[in-house]
Design a protein around this ligand. Structure first.
Ligand code: TRP
Length: 333
């Protein structure tokens, strides 16, 4: 709660280009949240450095991610949009929470196991305590709900465990947050291997549709999407490729499965794939136009970042100070 309003917090890493999975599962729904919640959206640059980053790329992507939040329709007057490293309380609270998080519980995190297998030459302590920094992000704002993809659910659960542990020692310290997993878009699969989630870090660019792909690229990628040898557009068990395309079409158009099956009755996969590509390209076009316009005005974007950081700091400072006091840190002010 903040000023009698429920709080929603979410973060996106400024690493890699965002996909239509990120768009449908997260960004697209974010704008409607501000009617119900006080929303904080954070570009988590400190999380990004748990794997090696090229500094110029990280800097550019930080601007780009913020621009994308704005382009997706998040009104900066209603939402707090900011960059994690601009609010030092995140790193400070993370340290404190580290002292209340067990080695064993962090060792069980699926994402840690996956990422350390993938970056075997750089299994650093930051990668290990990544969920603790994420818990700090969330708890600093006394967050009630955390909209995330299904892959981040375990991280919200450990955040809840940490919050409950501290609340037991220091009553009423933190709000215990709930994860909110969107119904739509949580399962946008790879176009090349439709049993695998569409991932922004996939090496096969044809498997992934990026939010910023141009129309021709989008249509071409969908046309090449892997499907089965059937021809009738029908949602069915085991038809992962076509099911994925139906799900994407449905997410962009709001039509349900039956309506889609009827619409493509008598037409083949080829026509359907082109149609999916076209609705996707049409839906992304206004977002892309707005994105390039916003990105072209760096000073305005920086002013936006500054405003967001000030708003976020105000809340973060209050929580951190409360924590420090309860823990027994001396406060001279
Ligand atoms: N770990 C999240 C991801 O990779 C990003 C993130 C960082 C986040 N801090 C957060 C998401 C707090 C929600 C809330 O997708």
């Amino acid at each position: 709660m903040f000023n009698n309003q429920l709080v929603s917090f979410s973060g996106i890493q400024p690493s890699g280009n965002l996909t239509i999975g990120n768009y449908l599962g997260a960004l697209k729904n974010f704008a409607s949240y501000s009617e119900k919640y006080k929303c904080f959206y954070c570009v988590v640059d400190e999380h990004a450095i748990t794997v090696r980053q090229n500094p110029a790329d990280l800097r550019r992507r930080t601007y780009e991610t913020l621009a994308l939040y704005l382009a997706a329709g998040l009104d900066p007057e209603k939402n707090t949009l900011y960059v994690q490293s601009h609010v030092h309380e995140h790193a400070e609270l993370a340290w404190i929470l580290n002292c209340f998080t067990m080695f064993g519980e962090l060792s069980r995190m699926t994402q840690f196991k996956d990422k350390s297998a993938k970056h075997a030459d750089n299994i650093n302590a930051g990668l290990f305590t990544y969920p603790v920094l994420m818990a700090a992000d969330i708890l600093l704002y006394q967050t009630d709900v955390v909209p995330v993809g299904i892959d981040q659910k375990q991280h919200v659960e450990i955040c809840r465990d940490i919050a409950q542990r501290l609340n037991q020692i220091y009553p009423d310290l933190f709000t215990v947050p709930e994860p909110v997993i969107p119904v739509h878009g949580q399962k946008i699969m790879s176009l090349a291997e439709p049993t695998k989630k569409m991932s922004k870090s996939d090496e096969n660019v044809n498997a992934v549709v990026y939010i910023l792909d141009d129309r021709d690229t989008i249509v071409r990628k969908f046309r090449r999407a892997v499907t089965d040898s059937d021809t009738v557009v029908r949602y069915a068990e085991g038809k992962d490729g076509i099911n994925n395309l139906i799900n994407i079409y449905s997410s962009f158009t709001g039509k349900n499965t039956e309506e889609i099956e009827r619409e493509f009755d008598g037409k083949g996969y080829g026509d359907f794939k082109v149609a999916v590509g076209e609705v996707c390209a049409d839906a992304l076009k206004p977002v892309q136009d707005k994105y390039y316009e916003i990105l072209s005005d760096k000073p305005a974007l920086e002013a936006q970042m500054k405003k967001g950081a000030e708003e976020a700091s105000y809340v973060a400072r209050r929580t951190l100070s409360k924590v420090q006091k309860k823990l027994g840190f001396v406060q001279v002010r």
